[in-house]
Ligand binder design. Structure first.
Ligand SMILES: *Cc1c(COP(=O)(O)O)cnc(C)c1O
Length: 399
């Protein structure tokens, strides 16, 4: 035990360690943290919980404590079985995305400057073009999240105008986002059709015939709930056929996916991708960037160029505009999506959704062989995971 105690480096030695020295904290604070860490190590030695101790071990403990010192936000292990967990930061960002956020923002950037023309440029133009190309839309724009995308779309296109929504799609998401309330706040007038479990083509048809002032058709992804049994709803395909030339069809796709994930995991229900909906005739589609897309928090609006232009001219657009960290992260994410197989491999959310149970088991075995079972006991069990983030609540992934 004495040898172990002697192997604890001195406060001065630790203060002079390069990594500790460079860590951005005041010297006094560092001394405090080092003393605390040493105290914990001593305790561990007295209680026989520590049997080997190298200088690196101590340095690492000090660095960990320094990292956590000022930060409320810290890394956690997600053991919930839910891949996109809103309480745990939704999607884990791909390494490349984080690297580009750091690289592009270490100094000044050409955020609103066109380097080719040598003059002022628009901050989200490059992202808009990338999105439009990826999903086959005429144009696109980016706001802070999908809730903002829904709000600004309704407010721009449907203020004081009537919009039809199926009663089965008047959902609440995450406690504070409710379709009827957000419509009211935006100034759009909700016209409900159908019943909770069943809405038919004729319900829409009748509503339109009865009221010629109807301008909008809003289709909302039920996201976090599933009605089972005697149900029916009207698809984007049918709604696109139903609308006349003055009406606008908007889809709030919620999660939004660029890839048909059913191809990679048979347990995943096939759903429209963003480009499917655009091909089927939506005028605008709105979706989150940190759910199934697996990126950073943002919301995208894609579709008809004339409508996107109107939305960007809304005075409120400025209040929803995204910052440079988000834009640099999104740019990398969209680049990854240009190659589908690369996207599946490098975007953690997609990698986890498409992971085979045998691969999960290999990770579990590796974890078990590396973890000490002295304080907590771990064992391997068969279970089911869910995707989460309001995506495909009925999908259970073997795990
Ligand atoms: C998640 C979700 C939203 C809200 O998106 P955020 O990006 O969390 O703001 C809106 N509509 C639907 C259908 C959703 O699933």
């Amino acid at each position: 035990m004495n040898d172990l105690l002697k192997s604890i480096p001195s406060v001065n030695k630790l203060l002079n360690n390069n990594e500790i020295k460079e860590f951005p904290l005041l010297e006094n604070t560092k001394v405090e943290i080092i003393n605390d860490t040493i105290e914990q190590i001593r305790l561990g030695i007295f209680e026989n919980k520590i049997s080997v101790l190298t200088e690196d071990d101590t340095v690492k403990k000090v660095l960990d404590s320094m990292f956590n010192y000022n930060n409320h936000l810290s890394r956690v292990i997600n053991g919930t079985g839910t891949i996109v967990h809103t309480n745990l930061g939704r999607s884990v960002l791909p390494t490349e995305v984080i690297q580009n956020i750091v690289n592009a923002n270490m100094g000044y950037s050409n955020l609103e400057f066109d380097l080719n023309l040598g003059q002022r440029g628009q901050r989200d133009e490059f992202i808009s073009q990338q999105v439009a190309e990826l999903v086959g839309a005429e144009a696109a724009c980016v706001v802070n999240n999908n809730a903002a995308a829904v709000f600004i779309t309704l407010n721009t296109l449907f203020k004081n105008k009537k919009v039809i929504v199926s009663r089965g799609e008047l959902v609440e998401i995450g406690g504070s986002f409710r379709i009827p309330e957000i419509m009211k706040a935006s100034g759009a007038k909700l016209v409900e059709v159908g019943a909770t479990n069943r809405t038919h083509f004729s319900d829409y048809e009748n509503a339109i015939q009865e009221d010629e002032k109807i301008l909008g058709l809003l289709k909302v992804h039920a996201s976090n709930y599933k009605i089972e049994g005697f149900t029916s709803s009207v698809s984007i395909n049918e709604l696109a056929k139903l609308k006349n030339e003055k009406m606008i069809l908007v889809e709030d796709q919620g999660s939004g996916s660029f890839i048909n994930l059913a191809k990679y995991n048979a347990s995943v229900q096939p759903e429209n991708t963003v480009s499917d909906s655009i091909k089927q005739g939506v005028d605008l589609i709105l979706f989150s960037c940190d759910k199934l897309l697996g990126g950073i928090q943002a919301g995208i609006i894609a579709g008809r160029a004339d409508l996107i232009k109107k939305i960007k001219k809304n005075q409120l657009f400025r209040t929803f505009r995204v910052n440079k960290l988000v834009l640099s992260g999104l740019e990398t994410l969209l680049n990854i999506y240009k190659d589908e197989s690369r996207a599946i491999k490098t975007i953690p959310t997609l990698r986890m959704i498409s992971e085979k149970p045998s691969e999960v088991e290999k990770r579990v075995d590796k974890f078990l062989s590396n973890i000490s079972q002295s304080v907590l006991q771990f064992k391997k069990v068969k279970t089911e995971a869910t995707i989460g983030g309001g995506s495909m609540p009925q999908t259970k992934l073997e795990s």
